[in-house]
Ligand binder design. Structure first.
Ligand SMILES: [Zn+2]
Length: 340
């Protein structure tokens, strides 16, 4: 359990509350293997070839972890138009000029005349699962979103932004929002989607959410996310996958290895999909990065990181996980070695 203490530390921890267990109507597992594409931090690297590649890869569901650009409304418009089942959570860069005092001071547009955060939310509609959920009955799974626009870390940041947009004033209320979304799930399998991952995945600089800047080390995950996952797990709900980004695979303190992309724990695969940049230009072609997760009967059976050409052909891949229980630590960047 994370040591999540903050400005509402005096309050009763959420998990100690007497919350009734919901009686959920859940459909049963599908026997068919489902392929989920997780797309890490986009940072303006998205084009029409991405959707074509996803179509040709035959994915059943697309999960996007946010940071499309610095309030890049046009990129989000393209994402919103993707004609595949999808769920999205917006990241800190998607509120770059709206959440912090620094951002507001450096905003390149007139915030009195337009609200680009809201424009992105309006474009995505129900596909945005931040503090919400989306049921996919045909796949027998529900995607639950953690706190949107997360900067990561155990300080409650951007208090005014969260209070005015979501009526949330601290960790406890934020955890409750995520749990409420999960409790409204109607499908048997619940997948969590966050921008930053949860606390509890390690405190080394190369841990999935480890701090790779000075002072080096420390868990930079989201405490509310970890609390919500624990609460849902206590209810006996299956959580095969927790997908997120924000903490880039390329580390700031060393070029010798990459961040740990995947951890398996308590029947859950925690996947950091933030391979940035997610496009590589090599020779006369551009390769696009995706993480592909295979889910069968409510269990993740395989995870691989792939580089795909514009026709959806996998040019290179590296295995991150295969049932039963191969955890990839400090995954070697095979694709970079091959291409550079
Ligand atoms: Zn981010």
């Amino acid at each position: 359990m994370a040591d999540w203490q903050d400005n509402d530390r005096a309050q009763t921890p959420y998990l100690e509350q007497d919350t009734p267990t919901p009686q959920l109507t859940r459909s049963s597992f599908s026997d068919r293997a489902i392929t989920i594409a997780v797309i890490g931090d986009v940072h303006d690297q998205w084009d029409a070839d991405d959707e074509r590649a996803l179509q040709r890869l035959g994915v059943d569901l697309v999960l996007l972890v946010g940071d499309f650009g610095n309030e890049a409304v046009d990129v989000v418009r393209s994402i919103a138009a993707v004609n595949l089942p999808k769920a999205v959570i917006l990241g800190n860069h998607d509120a770059w000029y709206s959440a912090s005092p620094w951002g507001k001071q450096n905003c390149p547009y007139d915030r009195q005349k337009e609200d680009r955060v809201q424009q992105q939310l309006d474009l995505l509609g129900s596909a945005h699962v931040g503090y919400s959920k989306l049921d996919f009955p045909a796949l027998n799974l529900t995607v639950v979103g953690a706190r949107p626009f997360s900067w990561g870390g155990s300080d409650w940041k951007n208090a005014g932004f969260y209070r005015s947009r979501y009526g949330v004033s601290g960790w406890r209320e934020s955890t409750a929002q995520i749990v409420a979304a999960a409790e409204s799930a109607t499908c048997e399998t619940v997948i969590f989607l966050g921008h930053c991952g949860p606390t509890g995945l390690g405190d080394l600089p190369e841990s999935p959410c480890g701090r790779d800047w000075q002072p080096l080390g420390g868990d930079h995950g989201d405490p509310d996310f970890e609390q919500a996952i624990a609460h849902v797990r206590q209810q006996g709900i299956s959580i095969p996958l927790v997908a997120f980004g924000h903490m880039h695979h390329h580390l700031r303190h060393t070029k010798q290895y990459l961040r740990t992309a995947l951890v398996a724990s308590e029947g859950t695969i925690y996947l950091n999909a933030a391979r940035v940049p997610r496009m590589i230009h090599t020779g006369n072609q551009t390769l696009h990065n995706f993480s592909l997760v295979t889910l069968q009967q409510g269990t993740v059976t395989e995870v691989k990181l792939v580089w795909v050409d514009r026709d959806g052909v996998i040019a290179s891949e590296e295995s991150l996980y295969q049932l039963p229980g191969i955890v990839a630590n400090q995954v070697k960047d095979l694709s970079q070695n091959r291409l550079n």
